[in-house]
Design a protein around this ligand. Structure first.
Ligand SMILES: Cc1cc2nc3c(=O)[nH]c(=O)nc-3n(C[C@H](O)[C@H](O)[C@H](O)COP(=O)(O)OP(=O)(O)OC[C@H]3O[C@@H](n4cnc5c(N)ncnc54)[C@H](O)[C@@H]3O)c2cc1C
Length: 383
């Protein structure tokens, strides 16, 4: 069986690695960026305990490599920006092992290295054709012009949120904007950072989220309501607007928030701005010749850190099904109910970002038995 994988991000790299020695399967991966180019990688990220469980069970060498290059994600605390504590969870009360905190460039480097031999870099999927046997033939844009390769019994779209393979086989998905703006920053000189593990700080429905990652760096993300779900206005992208968003009304910000706001002021030009959005889940095309994994299939809201986490589950678990000769329908049956549960729960956990929702009440509800049971399911129910 000839399998082509489009994109060697999180899901694509793991799938390719797990299929490399599979009897009867020949795998080729295509990646639009050049070999060793991690420039498109973002900032830092936290990967949930459930991704680590999937790797521990099915790809122990990759589990060990990621653990060695990361810090454990063990805690989730939520404060108001004046320092009032609302929630403090120990992930080990809910999971079998900690999650991890890592620089994104390091994650990509570690996942791409084992599949370098089967990856064609500088290949961006552009179009699709069919051979005489009805197999898909991908057409790539390269530095030397358009290149055809194939045909493939199965093409896997692991090409992220704006998947070209999904658009070509199923049409552009209709995204839903969540009315929330988001920015991200990686601070690389952070010896004086006054916190370590994963925290969130709220002022009204605006939220800072931050944690240390290896290499004396700190990842910071800011989230704020966007009126009418429109574009992020230029006046919001200023130091004064960001200070106003997160500074308490009647007291100075706590030391952690004061530190973050100073870093925002110093690095305003490096900040990446975006709008939070979801898209309908789609696992494969109607013919079953194209399978979608990770963000290509399921765009996640960021609140529970399940985007890359679910992409890990996708890559690892789809490989198990394909190795035993299973079909795309079996992968859908395994993944879709799980992804729906995690996606709905991530949306539910994002309630305090919506204008008008009481942050104190909404956050304290996250210590309820019902919420904690769902978090435990998220962190442990891995096939
Ligand atoms: C700034 C930021 C911070 C985030 N933080 C977190 C976090 O803390 N925790 C978490 O779990 N998730 C986080 N996410 C989400 C997470 O990064 C994604 O969910 C995850 O990367 C999805 O993995 P993937 O394998 O589906 O796609 P990606 O990792 O996006 O990989 C897609 C790959 O496909 C390649 N590609 C794209 N188009 C083509 C094409 N036409 N041809 C060939 N190759 C192509 C790309 O170059 C890339 O290598 C964050 C996202 C962003 C943007």
């Amino acid at each position: 069986m000839r399998i082509g994988i489009i994109g060697t991000g999180v899901a694509g790299s793991l799938l390719a690695e797990a299929l490399l020695d599979a009897p009867g399967i020949a795998v080729t991966a295509y990646e639009r960026v050049a070999a060793g180019d991690q420039a498109e990688a973002g900032t830092g990220l936290n990967v949930g305990p459930n991704a680590l469980k999937a790797l521990r069970l099915h790809m122990p060498a990759r589990h060990a490599a990621l653990r060695a290059a990361s810090l454990p994600w063990r805690r989730w605390f939520v404060d108001l920006t004046d320092g009032t504590r609302l929630l403090d969870l120990d992930l080990l009360d809910l999971a079998e092992e900690p999650g991890l905190r890592i620089r994104w460039s390091e994650l990509y480097r570690l996942l791409r290295a084992p599949v370098a031999g089967c990856t064609r870099n500088g290949h961006a999927l552009d179009a699709l054709e069919e051979d005489a046997a009805g197999r898909l033939v991908p057409v790539f844009r390269t530095a030397d012009g358009l290149v055809r390769d194939g045909g493939f019994d199965l093409l896997v779209g692991a090409d992220g949120r704006y998947s070209r393979l999904r658009a070509l086989t199923c049409g552009e998905p209709e995204g839903t904007l969540l009315g929330v703006g988001i920015w991200r920053l990686l601070v690389t000189e952070a010896s004086d950072c006054p916190y370590d593990d994963y925290g969130q700080w709220f002022h009204g429905n605006a939220r800072l989220l931050s944690f240390r990652v290896p290499g004396n760096a700190v990842y910071i993300a800011g989230t704020f309501p966007l009126e009418g779900g429109g574009q992020i206005p230029a006046e919001t992208r200023t130091e004064a607007a960001q200070r106003a968003l997160f500074t308490p009304k009647d007291s100075p910000p706590c030391p952690a928030v004061a530190w973050m706001l100073d870093k925002v002021a110093a690095h305003l030009a490096d900040i990446h701005w975006a709008r939070s959005a979801t898209a309908p889940l789609q696992r494969h095309d109607p013919s079953g010749r194209a399978l979608f994994l990770g963000d290509a299939a399921q765009a996640m809201v960021p609140t529970l850190g399940q985007g890359a986490t679910q992409a890990v589950e996708c890559g690892v678990l789809a490989a198990q099904v394909l190795r035993r000769g299973g079909s795309v329908a079996e992968i859908a049956a395994l993944r879709d109910p799980r992804v729906r549960f995690v996606r709905d729960f991530s949306l539910e956990a994002s309630d305090t970002l919506a204008p008008g929702v009481d942050v104190v009440e909404g956050t304290r509800a996250k210590a309820s038995p019902d919420f904690l049971a769902k978090l435990r399911r998220t962190y442990t129910e891995v096939a």
